[in-house]
Design a protein around this ligand. Structure first.
Ligand SMILES: NC(=O)c1ccc[n+]([C@@H]2O[C@H](COP(=O)([O-])OP(=O)(O)OC[C@H]3O[C@@H](n4cnc5c(N)ncnc54)[C@H](OP(=O)(O)O)[C@@H]3O)[C@@H](O)[C@H]2O)c1
Length: 293
């Protein structure tokens, strides 16, 4: 398959690009800077220079593609407008492709809100974190678009043992006396290792029917205090007990979207396992933290 990836240097996109190339697909990717171009080149992707904020500059000169993966976002206050304009320009330009392409749109677990004692599945109505509410009409637009066969993946919180959503813990170990947790140690995070998630994107590209959605959660919910304590223990910190910070403090530091770190969630990845044969390999994040070098 010839696949065009937006966000190919990100937590999600970089794993997707590498996995698709490993499986023998031909990947082209949008690069908005020299640094991104070097990284994407290193993965073996072909480059399309451009920025998602200025799609009119590149959308008309895409190579022939069988599929698009959209995992680009710069988490600023304009992200809703940028994404809406991106689809305004990109979707009509895809009508010129020789064959209707597949289009994987990246949603997110935070669109389901706090689940409390319930379990969110693909059938659960959205109750999005306000900072990401704009994504719901966007993904609905992709699922209904005539120009593409739309598929949506809702990743759980994406980690590698020392990176992704764990990177704040790794930084706290170096920079502070305590690892910080937002709101409560009891808050549960659904998790997925970036390599397992990339495998799900590949399976969805290869097998998912048009208009389908999948939650990419390998671990359905793990108390965040266990993750924080895992980092503190692994790196020999004197204080194992996390410092609890309020959601508004992390929002002031990173942006309103970061309030998602306080959502207590339990997400089911059963549909992807059942319908696509997804078999995530990373099922014990705490053991991976304990083995960090
Ligand atoms: N990570 C998670 O845990 C998670 C979970 C659920 C959903 N999601 C969603 O998945 C999407 C991607 O998240 P992520 O964590 O992979 O993000 P990320 O690591 O911050 O990566 C963002 C990607 O988007 C690219 N990008 C940003 N602004 C751009 C612009 N103006 N033009 C072109 N490219 C641009 C970046 O390229 P550069 O290299 O040039 O910066 C990078 O490749 C987001 O919508 C996010 O909400 C993420």
């Amino acid at each position: 398959m010839r696949v065009f990836v937006l966000g190919g240097t990100g937590s999600i996109g970089s794993a997707v690009v590498r996995e698709l190339i490993r499986r023998g697909h031909h990947v082209s990717a949008l690069a908005r800077s020299e640094v991104s171009a070097v990284i994407l080149n290193g993965f073996g992707a072909t480059l399309v220079a451009g920025d998602i904020a200025r799609p009119e500059r590149w959308a008309g000169r895409l190579p022939h593609v069988d599929a698009i993966v959209h995992a680009a976002c710069d988490f600023n206050t304009e992200m809703a407008t940028i994404d809406a304009r991106l689809l305004d320009v990109l979707l009509p330009s895809l009508a010129a492709q020789p064959k209707k392409p597949r289009f994987i749109y990246t949603g997110g677990g935070w669109l389901f809100g706090a689940t409390g004692d319930g379990v969110a599945t693909e059938e659960t109505p959205f109750r999005p974190l306000p900072a990401f509410a704009w994504m719901v009409p966007q993904l609905q637009r992709i699922l209904e678009a005539a120009e593409v066969d739309g598929i949506v993946i809702h990743p759980a919180m994406v980690y590698t043992p020392g990176g992704g959503v764990f990177v704040r813990f790794a930084r706290d170990v170096v920079e502070r006396n305590a690892v910080r947790v937002v709101e409560s140690e009891e808050v549960r995070w659904p998790l997925v290792h970036s390599e397992d998630l990339a495998n799900l994107y590949a399976l969805a590209l290869e097998h998912a029917p048009a208009r389908s959605s999948y939650i990419g959660a390998a671990t359905e919910g793990l108390a965040v205090g266990r993750i924080a304590r895992g980092f503190a223990k692994r790196f020999g910190m004197r204080q194992l007990e996390p410092e609890i910070i309020p959601a508004h403090a992390i929002a002031a530091e990173l942006g309103a979207w970061a309030k998602g770190y306080a959502l207590d969630q339990w997400l089911s990845g059963a549909k992807a396992r059942r319908d696509l044969g997804w078999r995530p390999k990373h099922l014990d994040p705490e053991a991976e933290i304990a083995l960090l070098p």
